[in-house]
Design a protein around this ligand. Structure first.
Ligand code: KG4
Ligand code: ZN
Length: 360
C-alpha cells in the first residue's frame, strides 16, 4: 500500500485515558502536527481520572482536536489516506470514543482503518526521529497503568522480561501525590517538589523481589509512605515535604534503574529505551543517562512531548501497521484489556479485537 501524492497524510487518534489527542503525519513518519488536550481540569477536583467523565469529555473534544490537527498540519480531510486509532488497553468508554470516531472518519473517507495497541504506540516513541537506534533493545514501559520490561527484537517481537505485581510506577506517584495533598496528576508534581529535597533524607523500602527477578512491586512503598505520614506529625512543613517527595522518588527510581540494567545484563542487549509517562521524570532520566554512559549502553529517552499520552506515537505504530497491511475491519472493537502479544510477531487484526493470529 503506497499513497500517491506528497500531500497525503495519516490521521492518528488517541483517547485511551484522559488525553484527547490527534496527530497528522506523512507516510514517511514526519510529524506535521500533534495536538494533546489534557483533561486535567475535569478530573483534578476528584484527585484522579473518573472514567465516565473522561469518556464524555472525549466526545465533546475529539472532533475539535482532530480538525485542529489537520488545520495545523496545513491539510484537509481530502488529504487523509489512512486513519489510526488506539484500540486498547485503556478505559473502556474512553477507547470507544476515539475508535468509533476514527472508524467513522475512515469509512466516510473510504480509507483504511488502522488499530494500534497503546503499548506499541509508547514503544514506537523510542525510535521516532531515531531510526538508527538498535531494533533490539530492552524497553521499559513505565506509565500510569504499566511497569513492564520487554526484550524488543526485530520485526516487532517482544519478550516480556518482568512486570509489576501490583501498582504501576505512575500509579505509585499519583497515590503518593494524593497522600501528600499535592494534587493530580501526581508524577510531575512530585518530580518538581523533589528537586528541592534530599533524596537520602528518608530510607523508604526498595522492593527488589527474589534474587534475579525482573518483576516490580510498589505497593509496599506506598504503605511505607502512609505509615511515615502517620508517625511524623510535622510532615507538612515545606522542607520536610520536599525531602519526603525526593526520598519517595529515589526509591522508585532506584528500582526502575536497577531492574532495567539487570534486564540488559540478562539479555546481553546493548540498548535501553524507556517510554511512557514516567519516562518524563527528571530524576529517572538523569540517573539512567549516568548509568548507561558508564556502561557504554545506548539509551533512548523520548522527548517530553512523546512521553505522556499523545497521538504522534499512535501514528508511528499505525504506519507500521499500514506498511504491513494490517488494516482493521469495520467490525473491529476496542478492548480495554488488550495486551501486547509477546514472544510472537504482531499478526493481523482480528474480528474479536485482539492482535495476533486468530485463535485456533
Ligand atoms: O503514559 P501516560 O500519559 O498514561 C498512561 O498510559 O498511563 O502516563 C501517565 C503517568 C501518570 O501516572 C503520571 O503521574 C506519570 O505518568 N508521569 C510522571 C511524570 N510525568 C507523568 N511520573 C513521574 N514524573 C513525571 N515527570
Ligand atoms: Zn500511555
Amino acid at each position: 500500500m503506497t499513497p500517491g501524492s506528497s500531500t497525503d497524510v495519516l490521521l492518528a487518534l488517541e483517547t485511551s485515558c484522559d488525553e484527547t489527542a490527534a496527530a497528522v503525519t506523512t507516510f514517511e513518519g514526519a510529524i506535521l502536527s500533534s495536538i494533546v488536550y489534557s483533561q486535567i481540569e475535569t478530573h483534578a477536583p476528584y484527585g484522579g481520572v473518573v472514567p465516565e467523565l473522561a469518556a464524555r469529555r472525549h466526545v465533546e473534544c475529539i472532533d475539535h482536536v482532530a480538525r485542529k490537527a489537520l488545520h495545523d498540519a496545513g491539510r484537509t480531510w481530502h488529504d487523509v489516506r489512512a486513519v489510526a486509532a488506539t484500540q486498547g488497553p485503556g478505559l473502556a468508554g474512553a477507547l470507544l470514543v476515539g475508535l468509533n470516531y476514527g472508524k467513522a472518519c475512515a469509512y466516510g473517507l473510504k480509507v483504511p482503518l488502522l488499530l494500534v495497541n497503546h503499548l506499541e504506540g509508547h514503544m514506537a516513541s523510542a525510535w521516532m526521529g531515531r531510526p538508527e537506534f538498535p531494533r533490539e533493545a530492552v524497553v521499559l514501559v513505565v506509565s500510569g497503568g504499566h511497569t513492564h520490561l520487554y526484550h524488543a527484537q526485530k520485526g516487532a517481537h517482544y519478550r516480556l522480561l518482568g512486570r509489576t505485581q501490583d501498582d504501576a510506577a505512575g500509579e505509585a506517584y499519583d497515590k503518593a501525590a494524593k497522600l501528600l495533598g499535592l494534587g493530580y496528576p501526581g508524577g510531575p508534581l512530585v518530580d518538581r517538589l523533589a528537586k528541592q529535597g534530599n533524596p537520602r533524607a528518608i530510607r523508604f523500602p526498595r522492593s527488589m523481589g527474589k534474587r534475579g527477578s525482573l518483576d516490580f512491586s510498589f505497593s509496599g512503598l506506598k504503605t511505607s509512605l502512609l505509615y511515615y505520614l502517620r508517625d511524623h506529625a510535622d510532615w507538612r512543613e515545606p522542607g520536610r515535604l520536599a525531602d519526603i517527595a525526593a526520598s519517595f522518588q529515589e526509591a522508585i527510581v532506584d528500582v526502575l534503574v536497577a531492574k532495567t540494567l539487570g534486564a540488559a545484563r540478562r539479555t546481553g542487549v546493548q540498548a535501553i529505551a524507556v517510554v511512557g509517562g514516567v519516562s518524563a521524570n527528571s530524576r529517572l532520566r538523569t540517573r539512567l543517562g549516568e548509568e548507561c554512559a558508564g556502561r557504554d549502553l545506548r539509551l533512548s529517552l523520548p522527548p517530553m512531548s512523546l512521553c505522556t499520552d499523545n497521538a504522534a506515537m499512535i501514528a508511528a505504530a499505525g504506519l507500521e501497521a499500514y506498511r504491513t497491511e494490517r488494516t482493521a475491519g469495520w467490525d473491529a472493537e476496542s478492548a480495554a484489556d488488550l495486551s501486547l502479544r509477546v514472544d510472537a510477531p504482531i499478526g493481523p487484526n482480528r474480528a474479536d479485537g485482539r492482535h495476533g493470529p486468530p485463535a485456533a
